[in-house]
Design a protein around this ligand. Structure first.
Ligand code: NAP
Length: 351
């Protein structure tokens, strides 16, 4: 039997992926989505299905979800088998995982097919394109939309690596409620919105949260800055960098040694957790040599206001190609654009 060629395969798991899947499904392209594998490796890397929003709490800035109790709506909208996997609704507007489940369900409702596996290899050198998944599934496709997002960065200190999962984390929401962090001083590294969000979240459990920031002003938006500066449990340590995570085999993290960026002496603080919030790296390792990437390894959009990449028929959407906006709403918007671009390209080619 001749091999079935997919019209469009979507690789990814966040808002860009699901928006692309909704639009592609409604355009009757029968999209096949590879949403990523549920594996320990992906958990540690922060690349599980549903993307980065699965690692957050409340989403206050996605239009259409003001504060309120969505219990009834979530129960109606999301399939029972998926609802069982979800944390209880907090009745305060939408959470990241809920928003992603809603998007995923919407794509399923319109006929998107989903494989819970990673694409580990692509061949864009001949047509149809060929994609290989971790478990060995191979598929061919006329068009591909890459929406694999980005993952949290670490500083790369040996001591940071030594204590990963024993007090060092890049996801407060995933790990912050663990007993080892309760009523203890904790540190968050970074000065952006993520750092403030993490510090604010951790302040619910911690005795004190030190924000370690290398400059004398936060990069975070004004409203987030206020949130940090007004929180009595958050103390910003200005002009400091993390030089070493201190600890031992028995207790894991016990402290941090901080260096001054303005010539002050080193500082040691007792903490039982260190949370990194210093930006992201795009998930493009599997595309090396296959698509043009930027210096920072994001996929390069080759045409203004289009989601085209360096290979005709391959489109990119969301944080994997966007180092600038990196919002759920912009990712979803570019997912929609990628699906429309793919649909029009396929039509122009008569595919
Ligand atoms: P970001 O805005 O790039 O901030 C990264 C922070 O980490 C900066 O303060 C940076 O310091 C610091 N940093 C980077 N590399 C470092 C290093 N090697 N050593 C020490 N510090 C380092 O990243 P983000 O906070 O993850 O935010 C990304 C995007 O998501 C932003 O557009 C943000 O607005 C958005 N976001 C929004 C929300 C929300 O609205 N609720 C929440 C989270 C994120 P410098 O400031 O000195 O460069």
């Amino acid at each position: 039997m001749p091999e079935e060629i997919e019209k469009v395969v979507i690789v990814g798991s966040g808002p860009a992926c699901w928006a692309a899947a909704i639009y592609a499904a409604r355009a009757e392209l029968q999209p096949l989505v590879f949403e990523g594998a549920v594996s320990e490796e992906n958990r540690l890397a922060g690349t599980l299905p549903l993307g980065q929003l699965a690692l957050t709490t409340e989403v206050e800035n996605y239009p259409g979800f003001p504060a309120g109790d969505l219990s009834g709506y979530l129960a109606d909208a999301i399939a029972e088998d998926r609802r069982r996997l979800m944390a209880p609704h907090k009745k305060e507007g939408v959470s990241g995982p809920e928003l992603m489940e809603l998007m995923r369900q919407q794509a399923v409702n319109f006929g998107a097919r989903i494989t819970t596996d990673d694409i580990v290899e692509v061949d864009f050198s001949s047509r149809p394109f060929r994609l290989t998944a971790f478990e060995g599934q191979v598929c061919t496709a006329h068009a591909v939309i890459v929406a694999t997002g980005a993952r949290a960065n670490y500083l790369g200190l040996p001591s940071e690596d030594q204590y990963k999962n024993r007090g060092v984390s890049a996801c407060a929401v995933c790990d912050g409620a663990l007993p080892r962090f309760r009523n203890r001083p904790l540190a968050v590294v970074g000065g952006g919105d993520s750092a403030v969000e993490e510090a604010d979240y951790l302040s619910k459990f911690a005795s004190t949260v030190y924000m370690i920031h290398r400059r004398h002003e936060l990069r975070a938006s004004k409203i987030m800055q206020q949130r940090a500066l007004k929180n009595p449990k958050i103390e910003v340590l200005w002009n400091t960098t993390l030089a070493e995570v201190l600890g031992n085999d028995k207790d894991g993290v016990t402290g941090v040694r901080l260096q001054s960026t303005v010539g002050e002496p080193d500082l040691v603080k007792d903490v039982s957790g260190v949370f990194l919030a210093i930006g992201h790296t795009p998930n493009t390792a599997f595309l090396k040599g296959k698509l043009e990437l930027t210096e920072k390894k994001y996929i390069r959009w080759t045409t203004p206001a289009r989601t085209y990449t360096s290979v005709e028929g391959v489109f990119a959407a969301g944080d994997v190609a966007d180092a600038y906006y990196r919002q759920a709403i912009t990712a979803a918007g570019s997912g929609c654009m990628a699906a429309l671009d793919a649909e029009r390209w396929l039509a122009a080619k008569g595919l």
